[in-house]
Design a protein around this ligand. Structure first.
Ligand code: ADP
Ligand code: MG
Length: 390
């Protein structure tokens, strides 16, 4: 567990770089600090390995005030990756990767093993271990910088805008690499960035900083769902908020409450009356506990009138429904693919709690899915019965 307890950093001359930061996170988390330039991200991070000490407040790692630990020892336990990697030019890649291990007096044999394991992890050829940094491309050097930080068996790794200078494709590949290694090796990563896409992709929690303060500290989902204020909204950007909407919205947040239902023992006459009254061509059939049993439609009703007596006799049990806790993202595609006009929404006990209409979905996501109004109209009009397996 890592804790910032009311931490402030005031530089000589009175500049407040970090202002009462009070957050904590667990080992194994991927934490991103994001904010505009000068918001205090680097200073906050550097207080974790005592490259900077707080003016006020405390930083605790596993309950221990790091102010009381030896900075050199502390830094051996905490990896650090910065933008210009800092591979040693006169050392081979092997020596670079195992630098910290050498300082910790790990045997040559062990170090060789680590070097091989690490170069395999980043999918570079083992021959590269005996080359020098300037024989590698920028992206390859950065990969080495990343695994060097992982090689030393340090649980906590600090990364300060490590990929800022890379081209988008290399950056994307390295983000995948870091995220994958972090998950596989169970590292705690504290990562500074000013790139919201990077933070949303990597972090399991994001600390948003402005003028030295942490404005919001939460999961990417929650930040997208409920930005703390206008500053956060702006930082995320309208496009991203809109795009994220189907990703983070649950069915129950957008469903309508007016499902029109009937019970199986009712007569066909009653069903017809209800359809006319409500101006619908299908009815959902539920039992007395409101559990979804199926549906009936007007065509079948017409055909069977006079031949059978109750709704239960013409009930079609193949009804497609969605759980209220499902993500809209997942549901949307199924509804669109099936061409359904609406689907019933059910709870864990399969009781109807509402319906999701195509029109209401379209309202929410038309910008994202179609982009144009004309095609929405087409989509709404593509009406088919609510039958399973269309
Ligand atoms: P970020 O990493 O978010 O860009 P920093 O943590 O580097 O921000 O800096 C926060 C603020 O503290 C900035 O206004 C910066 O100019 C100031 N600052 C950083 N280091 C020093 C220093 N050594 N002396 C005085 N001011 C500093
Ligand atoms: Mg910085």
């Amino acid at each position: 567990m890592i804790e910032f307890q009311h931490v402030s950093k005031i530089y000589k001359g009175g500049k407040i770089a970090v202002d009462d930061v009070n957050i904590s996170f667990d080992k194994g988390e991927f934490i991103c600090f994001i904010g505009t330039s000068g918001s205090g991200k680097t200073t906050t991070m550097r207080m974790l390995n005592r490259m900077t000490d707080p003016t006020k407040g405390k930083v605790l790692i596993d309950g221990e005030d790091i102010q009381k630990t030896n900075p050199v020892e502390l830094r051996r336990k905490i990896g650090y990756v910065i933008q210009n990697i800092g591979l040693m030019p006169h050392m081979t890649i092997r020596e670079n990767i195992t630098l910290v291990q050498k300082l910790l007096k790990v045997s040559q044999q062990e170090r060789d093993k680590t070097a091989e394991k690490m170069i395999d992890l980043v999918e570079l050829p083992r021959e590269m271990l005996d080359r020098y940094p300037d024989e590698l491309s920028g992206g390859q050097q950065q990969r080495i910088g990343v695994v060097r930080a992982l090689a030393a068996n340090q649980d906590i790794i600090l990364m300060d805008e490590p990929f800022g200078a890379l081209d988008p494709i290399t950056r994307d590949a390295l983000q995948d690499l870091v995220k994958d290694l972090q998950e596989r090796l169970g590292k705690t990563i504290v990562f500074v960035t000013h790139d919201m896409d990077e933070a949303l992709k990597l972090a399991n929690r994001i600390a948003i900083m402005s003028e030295g303060k942490v404005i919001q500290f939460d999961t990417p989902e929650n930040i997208l769902r409920a930005p703390a204020n206008e500053f956060v909204e702006e930082l995320i950007g309208e496009d991203r908020l809109l795009q994220a909407k189907p990703d983070i919205t649950r069915v129950e947040e957008v469903m309508l409450g007016n499902a029109i239902t009937i019970t199986p023992e009712k007569s066909l006459q009653e069903a017809i009356k209800l359809m006319r009254e409500k101006r619908v061509d299908t009815l959902l059939v539920v039992d007395n506990s409101n559990v979804l049993k199926g549906f009936i439609d007007v065509e079948t009703l017409d055909k069977m009138r006079g031949k059978v007596s109750s709704v239960g006799d013409i009930l079609n049990p193949k009804v497609f429904s969605v759980k209220k806790t499902a993500l809209l993202r997942d549901t949307l595609q199924r509804i669109l693919k099936r061409g359904l006009k609406y689907v019933p929404v059910v709870d864990e006990q399969n009781r109807i709690v509402g319906i999701l209409t195509r029109a209401s979905l379209v309202d929410i996501v038309y910008d994202v899915i179609w982009g144009e109004e004309t095609s929405i109209t087409d989509a709404i009009e593509a009406v088919k019965p609510i039958e399973e397996g269309v």
